[in-house]
Design a protein around this ligand. Structure first.
Ligand code: FE
Length: 354
């Protein structure tokens, strides 16, 4: 490890897990974790992560406690982290990239920033649709991008699918996050894959026609607008609802799992995930770290903390999240969200979704 870059890394810039709406990075306290005098310490690891510090630091600390391997990290939004990796090239200190949304992971792989890791442990722990077909990244937590509503105002029986929200019966009743969010771009990308571009565009045009308000800056604002009765229905990532319900047990907003039933493709799910950087000088250490992140112990810690679903299907989510009941997920490979992202962005623009 070169000391100059390591010292940059331990500045540990803060960023939220939603890169597109995160507040600008601000300097934080040094973020290196220290091993409790390990007997045989492994080579240290450097992680670039767009997940926020409160979420990843307990995990990294646990890894250090378990293995003696020191983990140093840098947090920022996904695009600057990828740009940094690209600019650093073979001089990078980074061994692992952790980020959210398959579109970002696809982009990192497509830019040549990640290398294939053929790991029987990861292939056993992580279902095939939640990892890169070329093994350059693996999903580590799952979020459902689902419909939300106030059941007292908008009965379950009135809801069915993402496509149904384009129906004129929802005129003036739909709240959405801005089209700038990768989350909605990925949802639309998987609709292109499932329905074809013409039908997907028709649906997005219907959504725009049905908006109750200008698109919101983030998912929490959508949940709050539904709670306040400003709109009847919206689409958000499940963990935002989990956090809002945890913090406000009287919140009258519930999930509705769309596109269920025999002919439905299932709820759109996406991932946070990790890959080993192309120029890591510690590939074996990085592989062991990501394998550990997919293990039972780490999966329970990682997903529970953020109210996500573990990517490892053997592990339960938090009790509040489990309480929402099971759903059928869309099992299209999440990498399709990356492959079709540019097309989705153009489609949303044509449809007037801003
Ligand atoms: Fe998020």
């Amino acid at each position: 490890m070169k000391s100059t870059l390591l010292s940059i890394a331990i500045l540990g810039l803060m960023a939220a897990c939603t890169p597109q709406t995160a507040t600008p990075p601000t300097p934080a306290t040094p973020a290196a974790t220290t091993a409790p005098t390990p007997a045989t310490p492994g080579k240290p690891l450097v992680v670039y992560t767009s997940r926020n510090e409160q979420l990843v630091k307990p995990l990294f600390d646990r890894y250090t406690a378990d293995t003696g391997v020191k983990v140093t990290y840098l947090t920022d939004k996904a695009p600057p982290l990828m740009e940094r990796l690209r600019a650093e090239g073979n001089r990078t200190e980074a061994d692992v990239l952790i980020t959210v949304d398959a579109a970002n992971l696809w982009q990192a792989a497509n830019l040549g920033l990640l290398q294939p890791i053929d790991s029987p442990a990861l292939q056993a722990n992580i279902p095939a649709h939640l990892r890169d077909p070329q093994n350059r990244w693996y999903g580590l937590s799952v979020r459902a991008r689902t419909i939300v509503h106030n059941p007292a105002v908008t009965p379950v029986a009135s809801l069915s699918s993402y496509e149904n929200l384009a129906d004129a019966t929802w005129r003036g009743k739909l709240c959405l996050r801005t089209a700038k969010s990768e989350y909605n771009q990925s949802l639309v990308a998987t609709m292109i894959a499932a329905l074809g571009p013409a039908k997907a565009e028709e649906v997005v045009r219907g959504w725009v026609a049905n908006l109750a308000a200008e698109p919101f800056a983030n998912d929490v604002a959508v949940i709050e607008a539904i709670g306040a009765g400003r709109c009847a229905v919206g689409i958000v990532n499940s963990y935002y609802l989990g956090r809002e319900q945890r913090d406000n047990p009287t919140l009258a907003v519930a999930p509705f799992w769309p596109n269920q039933g025999a002919d439905g493709r299932g709820v759109h799910v996406n991932v946070s995930g990790a890959g080993v950087t192309t120029h890591s000088d510690n590939v074996e250490g990085a592989r062991a770290f990501i394998e550990w992140l997919s293990s039972d112990k780490a999966q329970a810690l990682y997903a529970n903390e953020n109210m996500e679903y573990p990517a490892n299907p053997g592990i339960d989510a938090a009790p509040l999240v489990e309480g929402w009941g099971e759903y059928k997920a869309d099992v299209i490979n999440v990498s399709e969200a990356g492959r079709l992202q540019a097309e989705a962005v153009k489609l949303m623009d044509r449809a007037g979704y801003r």
